[in-house]
Design a protein around this ligand. Sequence first.
Ligand code: C2O
Length: 594
Amino acid sequence: MSLLGSIISLLSMLSALTQLETNGASLWGTLEAPIFPQFLTNNPILNGFPWGTLTAGGNNPYTSAPNTGVIRNYDFTVTRGTIAPDGYQMDVILINGAFPGPPIEANWGDTIQVTVHNKITGPAEGTAFHWHGFLQKGTNYADGVPAVDQCPIAPGSSFTYTFQAQLYGTTWYHSHYSAQYTGGLLGPMIIHGPHEQFQYDVDLGPVFLQDWFHTPYLEIVETVMKPLAAGGNPKPASDNNLINGKMDFDCSTKAAGDSTKCTNNAGLSRFKFTTGKTHRLRLINAGSAGIQRFSIDGHNMTIIANDFVPVKPYTTQVVTLGIGQRTDILVTANQGPSNSAFWMRSNISTLCADANQPNALAAIYYDKADTTKAPTSKAWNVPDPGTCANDDLSLSVPVFPLNAATPSTTQNLDINFHINSTGSFLWTLDGTSFRANYNNPVLLQVEKGNLTFDPVWNVKNFGSNSTVRIIVNNPTPASHPMHLHGHNMQILHEGPGNWDGTSIVNGNNPARRDVQLVRANGHFVMQFTMDNPGVWPFHCHIAWHVSGGLYANVLERPSDIMKEGKLPMVLQQTCTDWAKFTSSNVPDQVDSGV
Ligand code: C2O
């Protein structure tokens, strides 16, 4: 019997552990989880939708964000903790005691302000928080990448990030310090905006899909970076797959490791559907490595957005998400009487990542279903194509059309790998394996007018070009979810082998998003408009690959960065605090640092 088979045979919907034991202060995955917008009930004064007559199809989202003047304040305290999301007890790092972390919610055009208190002790560790997918126009310094925009937040220090929600839809925040987010520092973000092109009744909020490892993140990173001859392994296998931080695990398997830490039947995530109504679900692949294939038994899904880009609605049975990608779907509860129950499934593509238990389950209950019983529904029969690619690019048509302009410059950034002089496996982007210097952030150096960089920072200076086209050929046997900060990329082409130099999919309105999978032994071609002066990471979002150096800094309009003048003083303060911390504690930077 497969591992999933043995889990299903063990299933009872009565969890053996309390929510506090599995997920700390989080309510995700329980029938008590908030539905959205939360602030309609929590704070009626901030009620309503302030985008007025702006529409998704009629207004350029990159230039139209309203200035609402509303500030959404959040306070995050980061501490170590012990939880057992799938029944296997883990030492993790938590935000306000919760895993996954608390939601951030705002309207398009609001200002988001998050104060992060680094209380990580025993041992102490730096941190830095990134708000995935935001443009950060005018606020590059709030992008939260250590060694790029700021020094890490030193243990005992706090830092406040302030930025505007210039795009809307679904995203997540995560630590950008080493592979720290895989140890628990991540959470959902929901930005409400216009959606005249579709309607729904219930916003069920985030659905986090996340491969899960039964080894603390730092140990995994150490193994990834170790010389191969000394037991290094650049391809660690995940142990389980979680939906909203929950899944069962069969403690009798070898993968259970230390069986004294393992409890069967930890409890699955549960969702409530209102019979006959249409629900919005916000899928987020917040894992470390695995490509997720998501489906709901018996129900078609209507895809309405990919990343922060609303798309012309289209229907599918399975949707594919690489790490960092989001897809918003609408699902109507019309596939049975009001006492029906169905499985939600997310399967890691085992052809693309090593996974000991790749299949996640959660239960969906219509209003009158018995929530103590496991659903008995059957999965769609849609086999994994095994391409390690995203779904057909031509289907993803942005609601606000933008054509593919002729680029003012084109650059090849090939992905590759090598074994370095000490015998470790490293990834390269355009021939360089990136390594950060936590004490000397790139942005602070650019502000001072110094445009000569350490070669291992892999800075690509595109000057004041208007449109940059990037061709990524990937002659490696691994696929990579490539993410660009500060922009949506226009995805011109992807496929096997090298690009032919001319083919473009939907050239009058190509797909746009902020993460795109480049398949194994394949390519992808993207371009972006240089309308956002700053230093913008372009990297693989697989935690272990970016640890191994698959990263570059895109430098955009450096003369405008210098013209904009002084960065907030608090950035320099992060470096002063970090220097003070590192003078008495030497942090062992085992990986690239990001
Ligand atoms: Cu999700 Cu460099 O980010």
